[in-house]
Design a protein around this ligand. Structure first.
Ligand code: CTP
Ligand code: MG
Length: 190
């Protein structure tokens, strides 16, 4: 029971920078689209109007900012002896900048790639593509972590964490998009 709780808390802690990147993009996004309105060979938009420079850059900066705050609070906890080994650290072997960048850039990259795939499949901006819509940013973050900080990824992401994250992220994603919709930032609530 206690082990389950530890896995849940660790999973949120590990994924927080990526979650924040993905959800802040909804809040700060707008303006110039990443593809600047251009189309691909199939005459459909490269990414579409849902992917903007503001969302991309803003999401990465805010996510990395929150990750940095996590590292600072860990260091403060260490000074006051509140730290214990259950709390994953972001700066073992690989530099924390690399890890945070992988989590946040990877998340935004996954989201962008998903939109690219949707456009190629002829799915319009905002129309649903089950599973990929909800897990794009998780898979993007994991891909970059596996490539650039393999040992950090496998040190902390054990099978229970991976399963928990894959199951709970769609729920979390839904809640964030509902908020974005209510705030008028998203045209559809998913
Ligand atoms: N957003 C943004 N820039 C990004 C990513 C997201 O501005 N790089 C904002 C957009 O306002 C977007 C919203 O976040 O509408 C939600 O993202 P998402 O659901 O991924 O986009 P959709 O509008 O559904 O478009 P798509 O069909 O391409 O997924
Ligand atoms: Mg969407």
């Amino acid at each position: 029971m206690l082990e389950c709780l530890v896995v849940i808390l660790q999973s949120f802690w590990l994924m927080l920078p990526a979650y924040v990147s993905n959800s802040s993009a909804v809040l700060v996004g707008g303006g110039k689209p990443v593809d600047l309105g251009r189309t691909f060979f199939d005459n459909k938009r490269i990414f579409g109007d849902g992917k903007t420079w503001l969302g991309l850059i803003g999401g990465i900066i805010i996510g990395m900012g929150v990750g940095s705050a996590q590292i600072v609070s860990l260091n403060i906890a260490k000074i006051y002896n509140y730290y214990n080994n259950f709390i994953p650290e972001f700066d073992t072997n690989t530099s924390f900048v690399v890890i945070l960048f992988c989590l946040c850039f990877g998340a935004m990259f996954g989201d962008l790639l998903k939109s690219f795939v949707k456009r190629r499949l002829g799915i319009e901006r905002g129309k649903k593509l089950m599973i990929l819509d909800q897990l794009d940013f998780v898979l993007g973050a994991w891909l970059f972590l596996i490539i650039f900080s393999n040992d950090w990824f496998f040190r902390y992401f054990k099978l229970p964490h991976i399963i928990f994250i894959l199951l709970v992220t769609p729920l979390f994603h839904r809640v964030v998009n509902m908020i974005g919709y209510k705030l008028g930032k998203k045209k559809v609530p998913w």
